[in-house]
Ligand binder design. Structure first.
Ligand code: UD1
Length: 430
């Protein structure tokens, strides 16, 4: 429940990157030894993946709030907890990791946010090229290497896909010979996965460019690794600060990863100042309209599209938002309309008539980033907004309410998500 009309001021610390963590936790399955991962975000997606590894036989313990030790030495191939797998998108990384370690894998079709059809054909194409047969039956994915081992191959992705790039990197790490991924995605979390694997003995080059080369190695050894900060969490606080006309120092970030967001915010009249590992965002007294199109990195991230759309509702003038990654990522617009927003959607294009005073309303968090957009709109609105289904937000934002309230927001959780109620923390801090 958000009491609107607040302006955000102060400092906020960004957590580790969700989309790096959800690939690096499965990657730990392939490591012959103990991995210590620092800067692990406390969100439900990472908790679910750690639970999956634990049920497969991994030993997991937190050394402090954000440092987790994973030992997969005793993991054996067995049925994974499918009810958990189908809840998260990133369960598809278990295919690459299990193929790498065992030569076969069985997972469910991935879950995650619903932005229309989200095929995994490029993942399958990659695994096939590496020598695995993939069979999809009754909602399960069966992957089997044809001769017990994967073999390096040249793979051209027909679509720039973050998930396929990372999954193929995982599978190719312990394969025999060299794999070349062309038309690869270039997101910072792809570089993070490659850095993690390289620090454990892998030989991956070119991550962050559109050609990634993986020379297969025989084994990965244990080690320590710190995750990069979350680009989208940082971007969300940047947009929240700008939309509420506040002034927030966003700490523990890599400003270079935020350039695509900073550039568009500056066009709205927002001041963004970069420091070594922080950005200062000062909202303008009157925000200006902008046109924005989402694209793979280094373009404007699709995950920032809903929060930016919420901001543009309160900017002056008519903005055009074009979704360049997903077919159907404007479903949440109906919820913004309930708050008085004027937005017309035609396919992948939304036209936002800005300058409207939003008013509080009961709305839904349709998915993770749409949920964040509702909270931003609620802070900008007059009166009280109730956002339902905050479990989506908890998938990817650590302590969202606590962090926003520390900046001066007035938000309360009035009904705890059922999933959190009675949920035991999977591992205790030692
Ligand atoms: C990841 C992120 C998600 C982000 C997205 C784009 C995770 C867990 N999730 O999702 O937060 O919104 O990147 O930055 O990291 N596609 C195909 N075939 C495939 C794979 C993808 O057609 O085999 C299409 C998708 O439908 C989409 C586009 O390619 O239109 C990009 O998807 P992709 O980059 O794969 O997104 P995800 O990895 O699922």
């Amino acid at each position: 429940m958000i009491n609107g009309g607040t302006t955000l001021h102060g400092e906020v610390e960004i957590s580790g990157a969700k989309n790096a963590a959800v690939a690096i936790i499965p990657a730990a399955l392939m490591v012959d030894g103990v991995c210590v991962i620092e800067n692990m975000p406390q969100i439900s997606d990472t908790e679910m993946l750690l639970t999956i590894l634990k049920e497969l036989g991994a030993k997991i313990r937190y050394l402090n709030r954000s440092t987790v030790e994973i030992d997969c030495t005793d993991v054996w191939m067995q049925d994974a907890p499918y009810d958990l797998m189908r809840k998260i998108r990133a369960s598809y990384y278990l295919i690459g990791a299990m193929l790498g370690r065992f030569g076969h894998a069985k997972t469910t079709m991935p879950g995650g946010c619903n932005f229309g059809v989200r095929p995994i054909d490029q993942h399958i194409k990659g695994m096939n090229a590496l020598g695995a047969d993939i069979d999809i039956k009754s909602g399960f994915i069966y992957a089997d290497s044809r001769d017990g081992k994967l073999h390096g191959a040249r793979i051209y992705l027909d679509k720039v896909s973050v998930g396929a790039t990372m999954n193929i990197i995982l599978a190719a790490t312990l394969a025999q010979g060299r794999t070349i991924i062309e038309n690869a995605a270039r997101e910072p979390h792809i570089v993070d996965l490659a850095n993690f694997l390289n620090s454990m003995g892998a030989d991956i080059r070119g991550a962050g460019t559109d050609t990634v080369k993986v020379n297969g190695v025989d084994r990965l050894h244990g080690g320590s690794y710190a995750l990069i900060p979350d680009q989208i969490e940082a971007g969300t606080y940047m947009v929240a600060a700008a939309a509420t006309g506040g002034e927030v120092l966003i700490k523990n970030v890599i400003p270079r990863h935020l350039e695509c967001i900073s550039a568009k915010l500056r066009e709205t009249g927002t001041i963004v100042q970069e420091y070594g590992d922080a950005v200062l965002v000062k909202g303008a007294s009157a925000l200006r309209k902008i046109n924005v199109k989402t694209l793979p990195y280094p373009g404007f991230p699709t995950d920032m599209q809903p929060p930016m759309c919420a901001l543009l509702c309160v900017a002056n003038g008519t903005s055009v938002v074009t979704e360049g990654v997903y077919d159907n990522r404007f479903k949440y617009v109906n919820e913004l309309r309930k708050m008085g927003a004027e937005i017309q959607v035609d396919g992948r294009v939304a036209v936002v008539e800005g300058g409207k005073r939003l008013s509080g309303a009961p709305v839904m968090a349709c998915d993770l980033r749409a949920g964040a957009a509702m909270v931003i709109a609620g802070m900008c609105a007059a009166g009280t907004t109730v956002v339902e289904d905050v479990r989506f937000i908890e998938r990817g934002y650590e302590n969202f309410v606590g962090k926003l309230n520390s900046l001066g927001a007035d938000i309360r959780i009035v009904d705890e998500p059922e999933e959190r109620r009675g949920r035991e923390k999977i591992v205790s801090i030692v």
